[in-house]
Structures are given as structure tokens and as C-alpha cells.
Design a protein around this ligand. Structure first.
Ligand code: HEC
Ligand code: HEC
Ligand code: HEC
Ligand code: HEC
Length: 343
């Protein structure tokens, strides 16, 4: 073999190893799935890594009920127990069944004692978790009966948010620490700090939009700032930050709800945008009517840095999917959570 032949052989071999290394080991982990959801040529598509998607779907399966529903017992819970303020209409059997089920949904490791004290006095309201839970039952009934514009007939149960944890994985607190002016920094407003999507956008759009009702707009129909036009550059940044929160919470791209040709115009947006519009109002309603008012009930270690109560966002229910638990409803087997007094 001539020397140049050896060199060519070595080069060919190292080229081959490099291709294998970069193409297979370092390269894309899994194929990217592309779903076209609108007119061609305007990037109306959803992108997902096939492997990530499979793992996400596997983690979002609605569980089967622990016990079947009873249809024979006619004794009402209110006749037997001392302190049932919300579930009194249930039969004793179905009341006990629901207690067993919420234990599975919310505190499977801690058991009944997470909400009831160890002394066996189930009627006592000494445990804050029981008081919070009573309000949670009412909140769940409220979502399912008043917010069908968003949750449809699918609705939610404790499991939609809790997934076997007393504290749901996705909660949020008001974060003012990064909005305060630092020496010579001006008003940073949480920018350039790791937050939603690790972007340089403001980290806390949720207080403005899912608690307060600041308008969600990037442009105004008035020429000058004049008291009516509140659309500053800051509100534009908050808006983009919220949009990124929504995309992340649902595991979708912007074009799931917008036509990239014109983000603002409703007539060209996919129908999911209207569902999302209701989702924003729903989240606001839950935070204002149910979650914030529970503030005095919580022990201090459950509160945020500003002393505020834990709150819900799109991610609390959606957990990374466009339809929580893949759109599977648990309400048929738990009609008591459908509406106040439903049984
Ligand atoms: C996640 C919180 C939570 C868990 C876990 C829980 N409960 Fe309850 N329990 C409640 C709430 C809230 C009430 C009051 C319901 C109402 O006011 O209508 C209640 C009421 C009761 C009552 C009625 C007591 C009375 O006399 O007023 C009994 C009995 C009871 N639970 C049994 C159980 C048992 C048994 C378990 C475990 C299998 C359990 N609970 C787990 C939240 C919980
Ligand atoms: C829309 C989402 C959502 C639903 C549905 C929901 N919860 Fe919650 N829950 C929350 C949020 C948010 C918190 C506040 C988290 C915290 O306590 O730190 C919370 C807190 C709680 C806590 C207090 C945990 C602690 O130690 O601080 C209990 C107990 C609880 N929920 C029980 C229930 C029960 C029982 C149901 C069903 C009847 C239910 N939740 C339905 C969102 C939800
Ligand atoms: C889950 C649906 C959904 C997703 C995903 C989404 N948006 Fe939105 N977007 C909305 C809704 C709903 C509104 C109107 C909110 C309102 O008026 O209350 C809106 C408003 C906007 C506006 C303001 C338009 C105006 O009138 O000024 C812009 C800009 C925007 N979105 C951009 C984006 C971008 C960029 C992304 C991706 C990072 C995105 N959106 C992802 C639903 C969505
Ligand atoms: C209380 C729980 C809950 C909260 C909070 C919530 N959603 Fe939903 N959302 C649902 C449920 C349940 C469905 C499925 C409804 C159905 O299948 O009819 C849904 C459906 C949707 C859909 C339609 C998906 C599709 O594939 O058609 C969009 C878009 C959406 N939500 C956006 C949002 C946004 C954005 C937020 C936050 C601003 C939000 N949701 C907050 C429970 C929630």
C-alpha cells in the first residue's frame, strides 16, 4: 500500500466515525413530529419530539375510580356526621367513597390524616388542609358547572391539578422581587432573570393577567399615551411573556391559537384561541374567588415571598398538554363534583 493510500483510508475511516458520532450520538435525539394545523406556507404547524410526547402522554392518564359508585344506600351523610357543610346530600356510602378517592387523588402517601387529625375526630376543623379542601370541593363544582365555555363536558376533578400531590406541581406566587428598582439598574421588571421559557421577558406576567385584568394587547388604536391608551412597551412585554406561559403550559406552538399572518385578528385565528380566552377568565376567577381568599387559612410556610396565597395558572390544570389528561372525563363516575348539590 502506498503512503497516500493509507492516508486516504485513515481519512475515510475518521470521516465515517465523525458522521456516526455527530449524526447519531450528538444529533437529534428523536425524530421531530410535524402536524400541519392550518393553511400551508404560513408556518401553521405544531412541532414535538416524538419521545418527549410519548413520555408526556404516559404521565397524563386519568386513573380509574378506587371503588364503584353505590346506588342502594339511602342514608344521607348529613344525617350521620356532625360537620358536613358541602357534601351532606351524598349517601353515606358515596360520601365514604369520595373520601377514599380524594385521598388517592391528593394525599395517597399521607392518607386521611393529611386533612383529619390523628385523634380520630373526623368532625374537627383544626387542620387547615381540611378547610382548604372544603373550598376545593366547591371550587371544583364551580368550574364544572359555571365554566363549561372552557372545560366543556370533560370538566375537572381534584386529580386534574393534584396528580397525587397535596400541593399541585404547577402553582405560582406574585414575584415583586425582580420588579423593584436596583441601584443604577432602572426598572428591570424581572427581565433577564430565568423565568418563563428562560427568556429575557418579564418573569411575572401572571399577576397582571391572571389576577388583575390588565388588557392583553401589544398595540393600541390610539395614537398617543393619553390615559385611555395604557399600552406601553411594558404591557407588550408582559403580553408576550403570558403568551409564552400559555404555549409552555399546553405544550403547543403559537400557531395552535394564532394565524401567523396576523396574530391579533380573531376572524383568522384557530377556534382554540376563543377557548383560551375563556381559560384566561376562568383562571382569574379561580384566583380571585377561591385561591387568594384562602390566604389567612394557610400556615406561613405555604405562602409566597409577598405573603400571598398559592395560585393557579393554565399549567396547574394542563400540565403540558393541550387537553388535561388527554380530554378524558372522570365526572361520569363522580357526578357529585359536577355542580353544587349534584348527586
Ligand atoms: C384532602 C382532604 C381530605 C382527606 C384526605 C380525607 N378527608 Fe374526610 N373530609 C374532608 C372534608 C373537606 C370534609 C368535610 C366535608 C363537608 O363539609 O361537606 C371531610 C369530612 C369527613 C367525615 C365527616 C366527619 C363529621 O362527622 O363531620 C368523615 C367521617 C371523613 N371525612 C372520613 C375520611 C376518611 C375515612 C378519610 C380517609 C380514607 C378521609 N376522610 C380523607 C377532607 C378530607
Ligand atoms: C384548578 C386546580 C385545582 C383543583 C381542581 C383542586 N385543587 Fe386543591 N389546590 C390547588 C391549588 C393551586 C392549591 C394551593 C397549593 C398549596 O396549598 O400550596 C391547592 C391546595 C389544596 C390543598 C392544601 C394543600 C396544602 O397542604 O397546602 C388541599 C388539601 C387540596 N388542595 C385538596 C383538593 C381537593 C380535595 C380537590 C378536589 C375536590 C382539589 N384540591 C381540587 C388547585 C386545585
Ligand atoms: C392557547 C392559545 C394561545 C397560544 C398558544 C398563544 N396565544 Fe397569543 N393570544 C391568545 C388569546 C386568547 C389572546 C387574546 C387575549 C385577550 O384578549 O384576553 C392572545 C393575544 C395575543 C397577542 C395580542 C394581540 C393584540 O390584539 O394586540 C399577541 C401579539 C399574541 N397573542 C402573540 C402570541 C405569541 C407570539 C405566541 C407564542 C409564543 C402566542 N400568542 C401563543 C391565545 C394564545
Ligand atoms: C380548571 C382547569 C383549567 C385551567 C385553569 C385552564 N384550562 Fe384550558 N382546558 C381545561 C380542560 C378540562 C380542557 C378540555 C375541554 C374539552 O375537551 O372540551 C381545556 C381545554 C383548553 C383548550 C382547547 C384545547 C384543544 O385541543 O382544543 C385550550 C386552547 C385551553 N384549554 C387553553 C387554556 C389556557 C390558555 C389557560 C390559562 C390561561 C387554561 N386553558 C386554563 C382545563 C383548564
Amino acid at each position: 500500500m502506498r503512503r497516500s493510500d493509507t492516508r486516504i483510508a485513515i481519512l475515510t475511516l475518521s470521516g465515517f466515525i465523525a458522521i456516526v458520532f455527530f449524526g447519531w450520538v450528538v444529533g437529534p435525539r428523536t425524530p421531530v413530529e410535524v402536524d400541519q394545523v392550518g393553511y400551508r406556507g404560513v408556518a401553521m404547524e405544531q412541532l414535538a419530539f416524538a419521545d418527549d410526547k410519548a413520555a408526556l402522554l404516559a404521565a397524563n392518564v386519568a386513573p380509574e375510580p378506587v371503588y364503584d359508585r353505590d346506588t342502594e344506600d339511602t342514608t344521607k351523610a348529613s344525617e350521620i356526621y356532625e360537620n358536613v357543610q358541602v357534601l351532606g346530600d351524598l349517601s353515606d356510602a358515596n360520601f365514604t367513597r369520595l373520601m377514599a378517592q380524594i385521598t388517592e387523588w391528593v394525599s395517597p402517601e399521607q392518607g386521611c390524616a393529611y386533612c383529619h387529625n390523628d385523634d380520630g375526630n373526623f368532625a374537627s376543623d383544626d387542620n387547615y388542609a381540611k378547610i382548604v379542601s372544603r373550598r376545593m370541593i366547591q371550587m371544583t363544582q364551580h368550574i364544572n358547572s359555571q365554566w363549561q365555555d372552557h372545560v366543556g363536558a370533560v370538566g375537572v376533578t381534584c386529580y386534574t391539578c393534584h396528580r397525587g400531590n397535596p400541593v399541585p406541581e404547577n402553582i405560582w406566587f406574585t414575584d415583586l422581587s425582580t420588579t423593584r428598582t436596583g441601584p443604577a439598574l432602572g426598572w428591570r421588571d424581572g427581565q433577564n432573570a430565568p423565568g418563563i421559557g428562560s427568556m429575557s421577558l418579564p418573569t411575572d406576567p401572571l399577576t397582571r393577567f391572571l389576577l388583575e385584568d390588565h388588557p392583553i394587547r401589544v398595540q393600541t388604536n390610539r395614537a398617543l399615551p393619553d390615559g385611555v391608551n395604557t399600552q406601553t412597551i411594558k404591557s407588550t412585554e408582559w403580553t408576550y411573556s403570558l403568551m409564552n406561559h400559555m404555549s409552555e403550559s399546553l405544550g403547543v406552538n403559537c400557531t395552535f391559537c394564532h394565524n401567523s399572518r396576523d396574530f391579533a385578528v380573531w376572524a383568522e385565528s384557530p377556534p382554540q384561541r376563543a377557548v383560551a380566552w375563556h381559560g384566561i377568565r376562568l383562571s382569574r376567577d379561580l384566583n380571585r374567588q377561591f385561591l387568594e381568599p384562602l390566604q389567612p387559612v394557610y400556615p406561613a410556610h405555604r405562602l409566597g415571598a409577598e405573603g400571598d396565597a398559592p395560585k393557579a395558572s393554565c399549567a396547574t390544570c394542563h400540565n403540558g398538554l393541550n387537553k388535561p389528561l388527554m380530554g378524558v372525563s372522570m365526572l361520569e363516575t363522580f357526578p357529585e363534583l359536577q355542580a353544587p348539590g349534584a348527586n
